[in-house]
Design a protein around this ligand. Structure first.
Ligand SMILES: NC(=O)c1ccc[n+]([C@@H]2O[C@H](COP(=O)([O-])OP(=O)(O)OC[C@H]3O[C@@H](n4cnc5c(N)ncnc54)[C@H](OP(=O)(O)O)[C@@H]3O)[C@@H](O)[C@H]2O)c1
Length: 328
């Protein structure tokens, strides 16, 4: 039987999510990859236990995570019921709907029909009465935003989610969503977007500033660019890596030009006495504009590596300029 480490809250840092009363760990764990029906159950358990033992209290899912779609939620539900149930009140569990999940007109998008049915399915797969955060996974231009946001508010009122979030919404969309939610007396908790040293669309969109102004938090996914911003690919493409095994990260995208930059960043990280993964995560959290980095992992050791940076999160202005210069 799993017993969580007693010192689990001593090392992790937590930050209040926007103006809410909810504190999120600076590092959260996502179950997009490596938790599906094709993956090793023992490894998933160990990753969740390792994360929780390090003070990672937030676990992020979506209806379609797998493969097969839905299986990450089913596996997580099994581990919850067999091992983590005593810790439910110490955990922030999120799920989402917004991408294709089932055939026909009701298994995709942002309709009230899809969101309500999908959350019911997710709760069933995870064996939970409620999730802590329910997200609309992506903006849907074909559904009135009022319908999507009212569905989210009603979900909170029904008790099936405690907070609501949006994901992949830009500044303009986030402002409109927050306004509708506010009129429905449901504060917007958070926006989940992709952000890392190599993907900085949100800076041009001033999204960090927008979320702050809206009093909402921001959690960033793929903070390691799916593994590219680590030492994973410095000596070729390993057989067990995401680039070899998964079509979300293409081998072709890891070019010599990209690797030349990653090598320079890796040298810089060494100079700071940390791994490149750690430097990349610390960079994402600089100036506290981002509430939490949402990492993925394929093994427990990566999770251990990815919390070490909490001891060294500071950058000098020269270091920040050097990172920009390397990536320009
Ligand atoms: N809202 C959305 O639309 C959306 C989209 C994507 C993701 N997400 C969320 O964000 C989470 C994280 O996304 P992500 O998995 O792309 O994040 P990521 O942290 O950028 O990438 C994780 C991958 O990087 C490699 N890695 C991690 N730590 C490492 C280390 N210390 N050293 C070497 N390699 C390391 C591993 O790849 P290997 O498998 O090669 O070992 C791991 O699977 C997802 O699980 C999901 O919850 C949300």
């Amino acid at each position: 039987m799993y017993l969580a480490k007693e010192d689990r809250y001593e090392k992790m840092k937590y930050l209040r999510c926007g103006n809410s009363g909810l504190h999120l760990p600076r590092v959260s764990l996502g179950l997009w990859h490596n938790f599906g029906s094709v993956d090793r159950y023992e490894n998933m358990r160990n990753m969740l236990f390792t994360a929780f033992d390090e003070g990672i209290t937030h676990f992020d899912l979506a209806n379609n995570y797998g493969p097969t779609p839905g299986s990450a939620e089913s596996n997580f539900g099994r581990i919850m019921s067999e091992d983590l149930k005593p810790y439910r009140d110490e955990m922030i569990i999120s799920t989402k709907a917004g991408y294709y999940m089932w055939p026909g007109p009701y298994g995709d998008g942002g309709s009230r029909k899809y969101l309500m049915s999908s959350l019911d399915q997710s709760l069933k797969r995870m064996g939970l009465d409620y999730v802590d955060i329910f997200y609309h996974h992506r903006f849907d231009p074909n559904t009135p935003l009022e319908e999507t946001m009212e569905a989210l508010s009603d979900i909170v009122r029904s008790g099936k989610a405690l907070y609501v979030g949006i994901s992949n919404y830009n500044s303009e969309q986030a402002r409109k969503a927050a306004e509708i939610l506010k009129a429905n007396h449901t504060p917007l908790l958070i926006n989940q977007i992709c952000y890392n040293m190599m993907n900085r669309w949100s800076e041009a969109d001033h999204l960090q500033e927008t979320m702050k102004e809206l009093g909402a938090g921001m959690i960033v996914f793929s903070p390691l660019a799916q593994g590219v911003l680590t030492d994973r690919y410095l000596n070729g493409i390993p057989e067990d890596s995401r680039a070899k095994r998964n079509y979300f990260l293409h081998e072709d995208s890891i070019t010599e030009e990209v690797l030349a930059k990653v090598r320079k960043l890796n040298e810089m990280a060494k100079g700071r006495g940390q791994s490149l993964a750690d430097m990349a995560l610390a960079w994402n959290l600089r100036e506290d504009k981002v509430t939490s980095v949402l990492i993925g992992a394929s093994r427990p050791e990566q999770i251990l590596d990815n919390v070490r940076f909490l001891k060294n999160m500071e950058f000098t202005r020269d270091e920040l300029n050097e990172i920009d210069r390397i990536l320009s």
